[in-house]
Design a binder for this molecule. Structure first.
Ligand SMILES: [Cu+2]
Length: 484
């Protein structure tokens, strides 16, 4: 019996009760349980921060405990709160046996401190330490995470618990709310599979301008999946509910901290009022029933609590939600089993939050064609950009101060969350529609789809561009942009 079947069976037989299966193989280095949690405060603020990298246990639910690597004795790591434009020092202490990188995702900071080996950031040595000094910008919901390669080791890189929110406060406020919550979506205990059980085609009705006339029918390589999920460190039903009162406006900061898959999220009977994507305010805030976040993406959205009851906010896919991806929203004076109602059909569309016209044409254009080579890396698929493997020597050379339009041609059968380090880009076209004003650092390019983003080359230094699915990045789905 496949493990996923076992989990599903458990979910069916125990109805709404949290899952309690724990028969997972532990990695060899984890046979000794790590020392008791020494978790510090969940939020750190100021100008000097210390992150300690060390083994942690995460109690997703009673009898459902995961051993992994975290920051400061916990996973997610502490929320780091910085002020835009005020210099900070982040001291990283690496109490593990492998070199590490801490990447500051969505920040416009120099390559030497961005936290990526490809850009030349110095490593944090095994059993060693290193300090990163930078001036945080721009304001918004950012995050930090490890940036090491995992390759075939699912206990390394972003499969571990090394991630956390990083909030940069600026002059502007997103508004006044009765409550504010930071929720990171995660999966745990990943494993390899050759069963394509997730339909990654976000919306089959989307245009597929990049679909080849003849499809590659060679058998695909192993992909990574998981069937244990959480929001922050708790599986659905295992943590404290979010307690609300009727009429409250509650602000949610969502992060997809998965290394694996795009995620959806819904709250029955309520709408999400999306006001910022990847931490940047959108020109056309709007209400939707279902959110979609690719790995690395953030959404700031508020909800008016106007439907008293006890609700599950969670993944619309039963298997994912029952596997733990959800949290209970409990109104005051309501006592009942948390209710889930499947949301009305909807498809995620970034352009709902943008302006309807394309931005003015940029000075220069760059095209990137993404292709997947089935089993191009032995057991695994490999990926190419413009038909070549990383690092595309001298191919993507930027002129400082020039505005570029980068067009992604996704000739693969997956939707990929594409992330540009150290810069922000503006979506110019996606799903065959023009748009402007949506500023992001990660965009999910649909299956066989195309997307164009504009950015100004104003951050000299090596700049990594990659798919935020760890396994894709590790097997070639990346490029290095350099300045002339
Ligand atoms: Cu990918």
């Amino acid at each position: 019996m496949q493990r996923r079947d076992f989990i599903r069976l458990a979910a069916l037989t125990t109805a709404a009760a949290p899952l309690t299966s724990t028969s997972y193989a532990q990695p060899p280095q984890m046979i000794m349980p790590p020392p008791p949690s020494t978790a510090g405060p969940a939020e750190l603020s100021g100008t000097e921060f210390t992150l300690q990298i060390a083994p942690v246990t995460v109690e997703l639910a009673p009898n459902r405990i995961v051993s992994t690597i975290g920051y400061n004795g916990m996973s997610p790591g502490p929320r780091l709160r910085m002020k835009e434009g005020v210099p900070v020092t982040v001291n990283v202490v690496n109490d593990t046996d492998v070199p590490e990188f801490v990447h500051f995702h969505g920040l416009q900071i120099p390559s030497e401190v961005d936290g990526s080996e490809e850009e030349g950031t110095p490593v944090v040595p095994a059993r060693g330490k290193r300090s990163y000094q930078f001036t945080p910008k721009p304001a918004g919901t950012r995050w930090y995470h490890t940036h090491t390669m995992s390759m075939d080791d699912l206990h390394r890189g972003s499969f571990t618990g090394m991630f956390g929110f990083l909030i940069i406060e600026g002059a502007a406020s997103l508004g006044n709310f009765d409550q504010e919550h930071y929720l990171a979506l995660r999966d745990w205990e990943p494993y390899f599979t050759n069963q394509l059980m997730d339909n990654d085609d976000l919306d089959p009705s989307l245009p597929k301008p990049e679909k080849p006339a003849v499809l590659d029918t060679r058998p695909p390589g192993l992909e990574v999946t998981a069937d244990i999920y959480s929001i922050n460190d708790k599986a659905l039903g295992a943590g404290e509910p979010i307690r609300v009162k009727a009429g409250e406006r509650v602000m949610f900061h969502f992060l997809n901290a998965s290394a694996i898959e795009n995620r959806h999220l819904a709250l029955p009977g309520h709408k999400f009022n999306v006001i910022a994507l990847d931490g940047n305010p959108v020109p056309t805030p709007g209400a939707v029933d279902v959110l979609m976040l690719g790995p690395g993406e953030r959404i700031d959205a508020w909800v008016t609590m106007d439907k008293p009851g006890v609700w599950v906010m969670g993944a619309p896919e039963d298997m994912v939600r029952e596997g733990g991806l959800g949290i209970v929203i409990e109104y005051a004076n309501q006592r009942r089993t948390p209710q889930w109602v499947t949301p009305p059909p909807s498809s995620w569309d970034y352009t709902k939050f943008g302006k309807a016209q394309a931005p003015p044409p940029p000075a220069e254009k760059l095209d990137m064609i993404f292709e997947k080579i089935p089993r191009g890396a032995g057991k695994f698929n490999s990926f190419t950009v413009n038909g070549k493997p990383y690092p595309h020597d001298q191919e993507f050379v930027l002129k400082q101060g020039t505005r570029y339009r980068l067009t992604f041609h996704n000739r693969t059968d997956d939707a990929h969350p594409m992330h540009l380090h150290r810069h922000q880009f503006e979506i110019a076209e996606i799903y065959g529609k023009p748009t402007s004003g949506i500023i992001k650092d990660t965009v999910v390019v649909p299956t066989y789809g195309r997307a164009s983003v504009d950015f100004t080359a104003d951050q000299p230094g090596l700049t990594l561009f990659h798919c935020h699915i760890q396994h894709h990045m590790d097997y070639g789905f990346k490029a290095l942009l350099r300045y002339a």
